[in-house]
Design a protein around this ligand. Structure first.
Ligand code: DX5
Ligand code: ZN
Length: 219
């Protein structure tokens, strides 16, 4: 969406888990737009993180948009729990949902915004039929499972292709990019069509997170 500053979503995965409250305050004071919650099940991705209990604690401690990224198999089993926990947006993986259309309608029926994420090896063309129904697409620019990985350069062309697709099919859909976002590559990602940038390491491990957030937002 040209003319708007890019949204930043610090990823809680890189926060201080012994002091989540202070990490959340840090994000709020730095002008964060969303808080990105990475949920991993040890099956769809080779890591395990946290469930609805932690999301609920985060949501209760923050006024920011709670953006929950479900890296779990058959997420329908837990979608209601994560919405009840306070998630405003639920993103599921195309690769993890045998009945993606049903899953998206289910998320919406429970009052949350619905997003789909795709892995680096998945082409944006798989989203064609579902695109009109989506509030957001989360393009993975690393293989999901861990914070602190290197940005995969071919993701830039995928952002641009998706931008073209959404202009025709669903101009209000948000494009978010997740993985390896830095102060250095943020401008290129925004220029390619990204509206929201997820930043774990680049935000929480920065010497000056507020300055990093401004740079990533392009303000
Ligand atoms: C990766 C997660 C990302 C991750 C981003 O599986 O989905 O959200 O936390 O971390 P950085 O910004 O460090 O790549
Ligand atoms: Zn994520």
């Amino acid at each position: 969406m040209p003319g708007k500053s890019t949204l930043i979503a610090p990823s809680i995965l890189s926060a201080d888990f012994t002091n989540l409250k202070s990490s959340i305050e840090l994000a709020e004071k730095a002008g964060a737009d969303w808080l990105h919650c990475d949920v991993m099940d040890g099956a769809f991705v080779p890591n395990i993180t946290f469930g609805p209990l932690i999301v609920e604690a985060i949501a209760k401690s923050s006024s920011l948009v709670i953006d929950t990224h479900l890296m779990i198999k058959d997420p329908d089993r837990f979608i209601e729990d994560f919405i009840k926990a306070g998630s405003h947006q639920i993103t599921v993986h195309q690769e993890a949902c045998p009945h993606l259309h049903r899953t998206i309608q289910y998320i919406k029926s429970l009052g949350a915004k619905a997003g789909v994420s795709i892995n680096p090896a998945t082409p944006v063309s798989v989203l064609e039929s579902i695109l009109p129904d989506l509030d957001l697409v989360l393009l993975m620019s690393v293989n999901p499972g861990f914070g602190g990985q290197k940005f995969i350069p071919s993701s830039v062309a995928k952002i641009a292709s998706l931008d073209t697709m959404r202009m025709e099919m669903n101009p209000r859909m948000v494009i978010a990019v997740d993985g390896g976002v830095t102060e250095e590559n943020a401008a290129e990602l925004s220029a390619a069509g990204a509206d929201a940038l997820i930043a774990g390491t680049a935000f929480f491990k920065a010497a000056d997170p507020a300055a990093a957030a401004r740079k990533i937002k392009g303000i």
